[in-house]
Ligand binder design. Structure first.
Ligand code: DP6
Length: 376
């Protein structure tokens, strides 16, 4: 976690008579240790609980987006086209709303200054790539939407501060608001009906805990069956456990994990992280019909880490050496200190000699093989 969160790579051209305005940005993923799951307002994208994440080093996992404003294009006003990982995609309602909001900010700017180029309603060409599996529970929407808001801000020359870009990114995907900042980032749920106090806040910078590392074990790179948005909506509608979580559990956990981060207290950080991941998946099971994001490989990873922590604590005196957490998918994110990475990697490689993903796919093959036989 040594790299600042967002990079504007280029904006061109800068001359007043330019016909094409373009900006490219890259943004990192963030992986929550206190999970956001549930909205109290879909329209304003306001969560039912606060959350906290770590922004990962973007040289490892990143979204990269180029936004081009075509001044002389024949295209219709306010048109936009999107390519995701090289494929033309339809714009979602949320992305359309986000672009409309950002164009409106440009309209206000142009109204105040007659000398600046008229970009507000020009067609936008957007190309975005992720260097990791998209929609597989690896927070691609967080980095993707943060990157989109950042790149549109640059291409339309809005000059918004990071806090404003974060609030706009939230309209695209809730977790994206945290990817605008590096290090340890809270998203305070807020209480105002207009959502103006539901904002991301840096709790500690990327240099605060320099030996904190993340290892990602990809158990499956295929797209998840239940997208987060739909899943959390069903949870809000059906899970009594969610009500307990948001009222009686998360507020204390947020305070406790912030304290653990400030004190670089890995034992407390790890226990809260694992408990919160467990409770998030318990809430998914309590949803009706239930949502299963973990698979048998995820369960094996949990057992392995639990066992390793127990054995290790006898020699290093620490309660936990590794913390696991799982988002809306079977892939594990392990948080651990740099000095423990080599040994944990050896452990994982010896436990999954053919790779974590191979362990997953063979089970899937087995399952389909069995069900095929059964259906014969
Ligand atoms: C499990 O931010 O993808 O990763 O706001 O509907 O776009 P929308 O959902 P999204 O949900 C992320 C859920 C999570 C937990 C987290 O990142 O806090």
């Amino acid at each position: 976690m040594t790299v600042p969160p967002l990079k504007k790579q280029r904006t061109q051209p800068e001359t007043a008579n330019a016909r094409i305005y373009e900006a490219t940005a890259s943004a990192p993923v963030n992986i929550a240790v206190i999970k956001y799951w549930g909205k109290r307002s879909e329209a304003l994208m306001l969560p039912t609980n606060s959350s906290l994440s770590l922004t990962l080093d973007q040289d490892q996992l990143q979204s990269k987006t180029t936004v081009r404003v075509v001044v002389d294009a024949d295209g219709k006003e306010n048109d936009a086209a999107l390519w995701l990982n090289g494929n033309r995609e339809k714009l979602s309602g949320r992305v359309t709303a986000l672009l409309a909001r950002m164009r409106a900010l440009r309209v206000t700017k142009e109204a105040k200054d007659a000398s600046i180029p008229r970009l507000a309603s020009k067609p936008l060409l957007i190309a975005s790539v992720n260097n990791f599996p998209t929609a597989a529970g690896l927070a691609s929407s967080a980095s993707g939407l943060a990157c989109l808001a950042f790149a549109v801000n640059a291409a339309l020359q809005l000059e918004l501060p990071p806090a404003d870009i974060s609030a706009l990114a939230r309209l695209g995907s809730g977790s994206a608001c945290r990817s605008l900042f590096g290090g340890f980032v809270a998203w305070d749920m807020g209480s105002k009906p207009d959502g103006s106090d539901s904002v991301a806040r840096q709790v500690a910078s990327e240099t605060h805990w320099p030996n904190m590392c993340a290892l990602i074990l990809v158990a499956s790179a295929t797209q998840k069956e239940m997208p987060s948005t739909a899943g959390m909506q069903t949870t809000v509608e059906t899970s009594p456990l969610l009500q307990h979580r948001i009222q009686a559990v998360v507020p204390d956990r947020m305070a406790a994990i912030e304290k653990a981060i400030a004190a670089r207290d890995f034992d407390s950080f790890a226990e809260i992280t694992m408990r919160d991941s467990n409770q998030f998946h318990a809430v998914c099971l309590d949803t009706f019909p239930p949502i299963f994001y973990l698979n048998h490989v995820s369960h094996r990873v949990i057992s392995l880490i639990t066992m390793y922590n127990q054995v290790k604590s006898k020699s290093n005196g620490r309660k936990y050496t590794v913390a696991y957490t799982f988002d809306a998918g079977p892939n594990a994110v392990l948080y651990l200190l740099k000095e423990d990475v080599a040994e944990v990697l050896r452990l994982v490689n010896s436990y999954f000699p053919n790779g974590v993903d191979a362990a997953s796919s063979s089970a899937v093959d087995e399952y389909y093989g069995l069900s095929k036989q059964f259906l014969k």
